[in-house]
Design a protein around this ligand. Structure first.
Ligand SMILES: C[S@@+](CC[C@H](N)C(=O)[O-])C[C@H]1O[C@@H](n2cnc3c(N)ncnc32)[C@H](O)[C@@H]1O
Length: 246
């Protein structure tokens, strides 16, 4: 984060959370204590506080969860879920309202948020080293997801995670993540990002071609089942839903 932004946030009483082991993306995430305090004061869950107050997009997380639900992603009641970069847990919290997995693993570089999610939701925080899911065995996860992560990290970090996501998903399982594809990048959107976006972060938003994802996952036995747009920053991101062949 640029030092000017840091200074401003510092003046406002915010501590910046520095991710502890981030290999190649925005290395700061929203401040832990200040966000939790402010959400409590507003009488909102942390996730709803981020959507409604910080981002000014009430219902944004829920609408993605509703789309996934309508696509049947939770219908088989996934017993093992893995999420990369859950951050504040806004998708995690709502996922746990849709299904009751026995095990929910997270890979999160911002240690204060990872600890909070372990304490609040009983998830398992795995050691997070850049773009590896090595502690998770092959074919062990019913639902692998990442939201608003792959548009904040480098191409290499995202693509290394893609291989890992396909590896840990069990045959018949689902992989859900969003990327800022060409579908999200018409000239008006590019202009909006260029003129209003990216404050404080040089690596956000990062684009990823849709076909690259579809073709790569196809070679890994995973086919695209559905996609839809979700709001992100001043424009949008594309959520891709893959199924791994049984
Ligand atoms: C923009 S935030 C999105 C957080 C959350 N998914 C949401 O939508 O509110 C990106 C998250 O990814 C985490 N992150 C960044 N690099 C990561 C990496 N290499 N592995 C795992 N998590 C990472 C950040 O700490 C942060 O929690």
């Amino acid at each position: 984060m640029k030092s000017g932004v840091k200074r401003l946030l510092g003046r406002a009483g915010f501590d910046i959370v520095r991710s502890t082991n981030n290999l190649g993306g925005i290395d700061d995430f929203i401040p832990f204590e200040a966000t939790v305090r402010a959400a409590r004061a507003a009488g909102l869950s942390v996730g709803d506080y981020i959507d409604e107050v910080m981002n000014g997009t009430p219902g944004a997380t829920q609408s993605t969860i509703d789309e996934l639900s309508a696509l049947g992603v939770f219908a088989a009641n996934p017993n093992t879920v893995l999420e990369i970069g859950p951050g504040s847990g806004r998708y995690l919290e709502k996922t746990l309202k849709e299904c009751s997995p026995d095990r929910y693993e997270i890979y999160e570089t911002a240690a204060p948020w990872a600890n909070y999610l372990v304490d609040t939701f009983g998830v398992v925080a795995q050691p997070t080293a850049g773009s590896s899911l090595a502690p998770t065995p092959d074919g062990s996860i019913d639902l692998v997801q990442a939201h608003k992560v792959f548009n904040t990290v480098t191409f290499l970090c995202a693509s290394r995670y893609f291989f890992e996501m396909a590896r840990v998903t069990r045959p018949g399982g689902r992989i859900v993540f969003d990327v800022m594809t060409e579908t999200c990048l018409d000239p008006a959107a590019v202009r909006a990002w260029a003129t209003q976006g990216g404050a404080g972060h040089d690596s956000y938003p990062a684009a990823m071609p849709r076909r690259t994802c579809v073709d790569l996952f196809a070679t890994l036995g995973c086919s695209l089942e559905a996609s839809f747009l979700a709001p992100m920053g001043v424009a949008s991101t594309e959520v891709l839903v893959f199924g791994k062949g049984a």
